[in-house]
Design a protein around this ligand. Structure first.
Ligand SMILES: *Cc1c(COP(=O)(O)O)cnc(C)c1O
Length: 410
């Protein structure tokens, strides 16, 4: 859905935009929220109106359900308002659909795609699988090697996929510098911005061309819906939309209404989770069982300086690495937790814990990093990722404390 003529949101602070965005009177009628428009067929007054409708392939004009209806337009309009410099936002049935849909929109056979080595695993899988069979060659890059990055481009390099902080290992990369290099080489920069969202990292302002989010995480925020989005300036928005329509991507109006409802409290939830994350991560850093905390929002942690420079918010996601323990110790610790659920996904109101082992996934960089220096275990590196929800951080710390005690009894 394309930005409407008023464009008020861009002049307001994010908190205000979150309360206002997407609430156009033509969509809401006399109530506060846009109603759930369940619709496939548009009925026309006569055949002349039908013919005129067919020619109107525009957003904001109801034509047929696959092109969306006011509930979905309100959500995409709100997301566009929240992303500085965005012209429009396309919605997808999941975050993975947004990633594949956006890559489909900008790549063709023979192109080379650069993907950050700490990307979300399904991103790697689609690059090495689907896009390989379509004739796209993928090269993975070290997100922290700003100098070496320019050397990776060839005349076939057409797109770069960033993710910062990266999945699981949480490295923050210098997106403005890397995206500027990509632009110089004529490649489009896409970023998986699920961690920070547009209110924590205005990706287009930082030089990216397409900002992608799994709305399943922070926008949904309650672990009850799947959705994705891609926002861009006019040129890339038009490509995204055309490709999404060709692929038949559409989201349900019920889910769009649910996402819009949660969006209103997103900043409150993110701010609270970030604050609790700093408390829990600082406590973990002082524990003898912990070799290293991977938490960009915690002062002194790897990535903090870049996070401070480029980000306007954080979230509840971070990882830590155990000191001198085994896989069995890690399982014992996670299994003993009462308040943390064990599960994939994140960004819900409830806290989660997940074991991770990125060593076998990576190809361009080592894990643990070969030049990491102090406070890394020398051998196996047993990682745990936490998603901190809205619980009281002291209760979460007490739960982790009893988990550490249980860990020693294997
Ligand atoms: C979860 C996730 C996705 C995929 O989102 P789904 O909505 O689950 O398909 C994409 N990127 C990142 C970084 C994620 O954590």
């Amino acid at each position: 859905m394309v930005k409407r003529s008023t464009d008020n949101g861009k002049r307001l602070k994010p908190d205000t935009t979150l309360a206002m965005a997407g609430r156009k009177p033509e969509w809401t009628g006399a109530v506060v929220n846009p109603p759930v428009w369940r619709a496939s067929t548009h009925l026309y007054a006569d055949t002349a109106a039908l013919k005129a409708g067919t020619r109107t392939n525009e957003d904001g004009k109801f034509f047929y359900g696959r092109r969306g209806a006011p509930t979905q337009w309100a959500l995409s309009d709100a997301l566009t308002e929240l992303e500085p410099e965005a012209f429009g936002t396309v919605l997808y049935p999941s975050g993975v659909a947004a990633l594949s849909g956006a890559l489909m929109a900008v790549l063709k056979p023979g192109d080379v795609l650069l993907v950050t080595d700490n990307a979300y695993e399904p991103t790697r899988l689609m690059a090495n699988g689907l896009f390989k069979t379509l004739g796209v060659e993928t090269r993975f890059f070290d997100p922290l090697d700003v100098e070496g990055f320019a050397g990776l481009f060839c005349d076939r390099t057409k797109a770069v996929m960033f993710e910062s902080p990266g999945s699981l290992t949480m490295e923050v990369c210098d997106v403005p510098a890397l995206a500027a290099t990509a632009r110089k080489h004529g490649a489009v920069s896409l970023i998986d911005n699920t961690y920070a969202t547009s209110i924590g990292f205005p990706a287009l302002q930082h030089g990216c061309d397409i900002a992608i989010m799994s709305l399943t995480k922070h926008v949904g925020g309650h672990s009850d819906l799947m959705m994705g989005s891609a926002s861009a300036g006019e040129r890339y928005y038009r490509k995204l939309r055309r490709t999404a329509q060709t692929l038949g991507h559409v989201v349900s109006p019920d889910d769009a209404a649910l996402a819009l409802r949660s969006l209103r409290t997103m900043k409150l939830r993110l701010d609270k989770s970030t604050e609790s994350t700093r408390i829990v991560a600082a406590w973990l850093r002082d524990r003898p069982e912990v070799a290293r905390v991977l938490c960009p929002v915690l002062e002194g942690s790897a990535g903090y300086d870049l996070w401070e420079r480029d980000f306007t918010g954080g979230c509840g996601l971070f990882s830590f690495v155990l000191e001198g323990r085994s896989n069995a110790h890690r399982a014992q610790l996670i299994d003993a937790l009462d308040l943390f659920g064990i599960g994939y996904s994140w960004g819900g109101y409830e806290s989660l814990a997940l074991p991770f082992d990125p060593a076998s996934i990576r190809t361009a960089t080592a894990w643990p990093p070969s030049n990491a220096g102090a406070h890394w275990p020398s051998g196996d590196c047993w990682g745990i990722r936490l998603s901190i929800g809205l619980e009281d951080p002291q209760d979460l710390i007490a739960d982790l404390e009893q988990g550490f005690a249980a860990m020693e009894h294997i």
